[in-house]
Write a protein that binds this ligand. Sequence first.
Ligand code: EPU
Length: 342
Amino acid sequence: MVVKAMRFSENASLQTRNTFAITAKARFLADVYDESQLAALLNTVTAKRLKVLILGGGSNMLLSQDFDGLVICPQLFGVHCISENDNQVIVEAAAGENWHQFVQYCLTQGWYGLENLSLIAGSVGAAPVQNIGAYGVELKDNFVSLRAIHRQTATVREFSLAECQFGYRDSVFKGRLKDQYIITAVRFRLSKIAKVSVQYGDIRQELTSKGIDSPTPQQVAQAVIAIRQRKLPNPEQIGNAGSFFKNPVISQTQFENLKQQYPNIVAYPQQQDVKLAAGWLIEQAGWKGQSLGQAGVYEKQALVLVNRGSATGQEVMALAKTIQQSVYDKFGVRLEVEVNLI
Ligand code: EPU
């Protein structure tokens, strides 16, 4: 296989490389096409002296200013089967693969388990960092291991499921090992036997409306795609980074008090605590469809902030802070930002 040579540029625009379509620039930008190029780059003086930002699909970040450092874009591609038996397959995808295309490829091969995660923007390599999740399934449910390269030493190591410490929109790569590793490949265990996860209300409704009782994984994927297309803005048309905030988790006691005041509050009981639908809180605080300058709150899903044309990262942050304050004033609940602020 012929691998392209690394591409290095200076004063590079990041506008088409972040789904919020913010017009920030990088002092240096490098597209790398395999692990050895990545290791060589990390060993250069430039990489060792400068601030480094790893940019996958750019779909879960907000650039608040130009990046005065080196942006590394891992353009590592390839999907292959590591092992299989009659029931399951272990498949490895390189970090640069587009997540949605990877999920659809698995479906065409008859490898099931990722269908609820259809149409999530971003790359395979970024997916474990925040343990992407949707419609009752999280990445961790089908995860086996990943390969990652250390940013300082350029050594490669493997991380098991336990070592990744996955949680709700969380992993060790957002915590103790933040900014230390670059993920280069991810392995999943997928089932060859079709079994679907349709407990999430929206999916059930979508399938019922189509008269489907026992859906195939492909039908579940189609349902998820239809719901997402209805509710979430297409980043190719309206700049956004998906849910801007996490759904907040509060204590049972705080929830009982809120429920007295707001009987319609949307909540999901957890083992000990209660997770609230942040979209509901933001909508009730009056923000759905509103704007502050060029930054706005999406009309069909209040958890998503959008770039109405030429918003700066600062403008989006100003809107986010105002919403946080407003939700806190009304409900006493703090909203935590879910996207990475750069
Ligand atoms: N809701 C409102 N108003 C809104 C939005 C939501 O009242 O404007 C209420 C509705 O009652 C709705 C409920 O909140 O039924 C839940 O909404 P939705 O099903 O859209 O899910 P979410 O909790 O807002 C989470 C994830 C999404 C994921 C969906 C589906 C987070 C931060 N977000 O959103 O993930 O697609 O569930 O599983 O957990 C993302 O992370 O970027 C993302 C889009």
